[in-house]
Design a protein around this ligand. Sequence first.
Ligand code: FES
Length: 152
Amino acid sequence: MNDLQDLYAEVVMDHNRRPRNFKKIEGADRTADGFNPLCGDQISLYLNLDGDDSIQDIGYVAVGCAISKAAASMMSEAVKGRSLENAQRVVSEFRQMITDRDGHEPDYEIMGDLEILEGVANYPTRIKCATLPLHTLASAIDSENKKIVSTE
Ligand code: FES
């Protein structure tokens, strides 16, 4: 393995061993459920807001593969404490990075550890694994009511 693959494996394993913000938030301000029909994996996401503007706390409970769980953990760190607008930017930068690069230079800084998943773009069957938590976050941000989203 080269250094980059080593780093990728190490960071993904670390987020799987010690998933950040893995918790249900009772009575959360916003929630959404995400589902990948290809494999049956799912995630429930919870947000508590500071006023209407920023994510004071985030939690999730997920059943999924290593990539989806690592993406959820990395995403939670990237958006906690951020405004909803910035959290939406994390989602759009990440989606663009791995699904529709088209000349766009990703804003790596805003994505935090999510940057390490850039290589997933080369494995189409894993793209939905990585985007499942981010689709779910976008749904939670967009709606004041509980929503269920699918990667299809
Ligand atoms: Fe189901 Fe990755 S295999 S989300």
